[in-house]
Design a protein around this ligand. Structure first.
Ligand SMILES: [Zn+2]
Length: 373
């Protein structure tokens, strides 16, 4: 797992001078690359790849005229070109989805936040509370975190509110010993009617199917409506494009909402801190073959839910077990163990012919799964 952190740098006057030199060189490199891209685009309607940019830049850097470029770390310049490439990619993506603006601009002094990327692999901290940046040296700093022995990623120096900051990501290990798990097990029945029915020490908790919510139904209805309009428009016409972007936008909103809900559900399940989580070994591919279930299963992101539960559980030291694919979790009575062979998919309530137990079908399955732990 990675965590974004901010470190306050306390450079000496001569170090601050070096920072400014790095900022200037990064800006110069960006502007140089942007001019080249604009030229390339006006001449052959194409922009250069980041590799071509870097190759061209190396020649400039090695030339006598631009010798001063060698005074800063090569990484500073390489990252400026990578940033430029990303900016172009974002710009083209926006264009494709019908949005305007976002075209990379020349950077001028005072108009953008002064910043530069440093080589993350070289960043390190010593015992005297100093941090090392390539070609700049050891700098005093302040940070909330203990950074000894930490690996740094995506390190970027910025000058914000008259302060020099190092923004970067660090790897954090899951602190297993700190998370205290309960001694209760959990069974989860995932499905189509409800996203998940949980049995936690015999207590029931239901995570609904968000696709059945009022808001999602409305969005889906709108999507279908605009898809229908789109199908009637002439391909390539102005109105066709307008409608196409509307459909893409709606589709994106629906997808993001589903995704967000799955993430929240996985987080809530794991935050109950069970000792063991038992899941069905869902035959998702098998379910996808059933025409009636396929759409519901795909819309529910069941596979993503399982992956997230597994990942989050592992980070908290919770064990995840899978019931055998042929274990009849739905058909077994959670009260007496009787297996009702002819249980139909439409039977939402489980009625046991042996002991007379009447229970919600999904909760019955979740209870059975919990007991497998
Ligand atoms: Zn029974």
């Amino acid at each position: 797992m990675y965590k974004a952190i901010v470190i306050r740098l306390l450079p000496t006057q001569s170090q601050a001078k070096l920072f400014w030199q790095n900022v200037g060189t990064a800006r110069w490199t960006w502007n140089w690359g942007l001019a080249l891209q604009k030229k390339s685009y006006s001449e052959c309607k194409e922009i250069l790849s980041v590799y071509e940019l870097k190759r061209e830049f190396t020649e400039v850097r090695n030339s006598e005229k631009f010798k001063w470029l060698q005074e800063v770390s090569r990484q500073v310049e390489a990252n400026a070109l990578i940033d430029l490439d990303k900016a172009y990619k974002n710009f083209f993506r926006r264009l494709r989805t019908g949005k305007t603006g976002g075209m990379p601009k020349f950077k001028s002094k005072g108009k953008c936040t002064p910043s530069f990327c440093t080589r993350s692999e070289k960043v390190k901290v010593d015992e005297q509370d100093r941090i090392y940046l390539e070609k700049i040296g050891w700098i005093r700093f302040k940070a909330k975190e203990n950074l000894t022995g930490v690996k740094f990623y995506n390190a970027r120096v910025k000058f914000e509110n008259e302060k020099w900051l190092l923004k970067c990501a660090v790897e954090v290990l899951p602190e297993e010993s700190k998370i205290i798990l309960s001694d209760v097990n959990m069974g989860i029945d995932v499905g189509v009617k409800s996203l998940a029915v949980v049995s936690y020490g015999g207590h029931k908790r239901v995570f609904r199917n968000i696709n059945r919510s009022h808001k999602m139904r409305r969005l889906t209805r709108q999507l279908k409506h605009h898809q229908r309009i789109l199908s009637r428009k002439k391909k390539g016409s102005k109105n066709y494009l307008k409608e196409k972007y509307r459909v893409q936008d709606l589709y994106g909103r629906i997808r993001r909402r589903r995704h967000e809900y799955i993430k929240q559900t996985a987080a809530k399940i794991v935050s109950m801190k069970p000792k063991v989580i038992v899941l069905e070994d869902l035959n998702i591919q098998g379910m996808m073959k059933n025409r009636h279930l396929a759409r519901a299963v795909a819309e529910q992101n069941l596979y993503l839910l399982r992956t997230l539960i597994e990942r989050k559980a592992a980070a908290s030291g919770i064990k995840v077990e899978f019931a055998d694919r042929f274990y009849p979790s739905s058909k077994t009575c959670s009260n007496c163990g009787h297996v009702k062979k002819d249980l139909k998919l439409s039977e939402r309530i489980y009625k046991c012919p042996e002991c007379g137990k009447v229970i919600d079908r999904d909760f019955n399955a979740a209870l059975n799964l919990e007991r497998l732990a």
